[in-house]
Design a binder for this molecule. Structure first.
Ligand code: UDP
Ligand code: MG
Length: 318
């Protein structure tokens, strides 16, 4: 029996670019000689993406889709797609043609050679500006410094996961998901495959600065507790310093009396340490908020519509 491969594609307002994506993907999949299907995850689009997906399914039942009840964000859309995909291997990619479908045979070849996770690694950043590149580098440097999980260089959401790796991803119950870290965390035999990012077929990136910042904080907080712990070390150093200073101050007062100088330094140190305290409270808040999100145990996503697919039998694990 032929291997089954499903391509999972999160889409959010991609109606204009979708036909081009399908047109490029189809011949590549046909050439693989496998039993293939595509599973789009409509992430609450408002531009007719859903209608296009329905039409696509009517023309060719290998193109299936699920539609989330609203926009849940790309990370959650990926989780929903992995939950519904029942094939032997799943390929995850963006639907804006920035991830070239022509790379897929190379992914499958590595999979057949025994790798369970084949990660596409981006070479260059086609459209992003210098500022976004700068932020991206800064984030990766920080992540390397304080997180125990190693992110592969140029990690993006273009990858192949073997059935076992998909099952592993589906077992991760966390709500705030940072997929790039999770792919690395699950382990298995992994390899990377460099590819050149293409241009967007249509529309523009839905990640503005605010969304990217949120994404970066999510990534750090999900994979490191260093920001929580660093304050106690800082507090220790500051207390030690204050102790030494107190002793020196006492000796000086005993020897030569006091004339009450040092008002500016008092103000500066009060302001500095109030700032430090507020920052550490804020960091605490980030983690507490996440604990709150987790304990509410709301479902990770809600399905509005199933187009040519149904939920796999093993039941929802997320
Ligand atoms: N996407 C999504 N939900 C969102 C935002 C984006 O499913 O809330 C999809 C989008 O349709 C695309 C992929 O995620 O297929 C990557 O999004 P985008 O191109 O905006 O991000 P970038 O390439 O700038 O990282
Ligand atoms: Mg894109």
């Amino acid at each position: 029996m032929a291997e089954r491969i499903t391509v999972v594609v999160p889409v959010f307002n991609e109606a204009v670019g979708l036909p081009l994506f399908v047109q490029r993907l189809t011949p590549v999949m046909e050439g693989l000689g496998v039993d293939w299907s595509v599973l789009f995850v409509n992430d609450g689009s408002s531009d007719g993406t859903l209608e296009r997906l329905k039409r696509l399914n009517e023309e060719d039942p290998r193109f299936t889709a699920i539609s989330l009840s609203r926009n849940f964000g790309k990370e959650t859309a990926i989780a929903a797609g992995l939950h519904y995909a029942a094939a032997d291997a799943v390929i995850l990619m963006d639907g804006d043609t920035q991830h070239p479908p022509e790379m897929i045979p190379a992914f499958v070849e590595r999979w057949r050679a025994g790798y369970e996770v084949v990660l596409g690694s981006r070479e260059g950043m086609a459209e992003e500006g210098a500022l976004r590149r700068f932020y991206s580098r800064g984030f990766h440097a920080l992540f390397r410094l304080i997180a125990a999980t190693r992110l592969p260089r140029g990690a993006v959401d273009f990858l192949l996961l073997d059935r076992r790796a998909v099952d592993a991803m589906n077992r991760l119950g966390e709500r705030s998901r940072f997929s790039k870290g999770l792919y690395a965390w699950i382990g298995f035999r992994q390899t990377t495959l460099p590819f050149a990012v293409g241009g967007r077929a249509a529309g523009h990136s839905s990640f503005n600065f605010r969304r990217l910042l949120h994404f970066a904080v999510d990534g750090i907080v999900s994979f490191s507790t260093v920001p929580l712990k660093v304050w106690s070390y800082l507090g220790l150093v500051v207390s030690a310093f204050a102790m030494v200073y107190a002793v020196l101050f006492l000796i000086r007062t005993l020897v030569s009396g006091t004339d009450q100088p040092g008002f500016p330094s008092l103000i500066v140190s009060i302001m500095f340490f109030s700032g430090v305290q507020l920052i550490s409270l804020g960091v605490l808040g980030e983690y507490v908020a996440r604990i709150y999100e987790e304990v509410k145990r709301r479902p990770l996503f809600l399905i509005g519509e199933e187009i040519g697919v149904s939920e796999p039998k093993q039941g929802r694990r997320v």
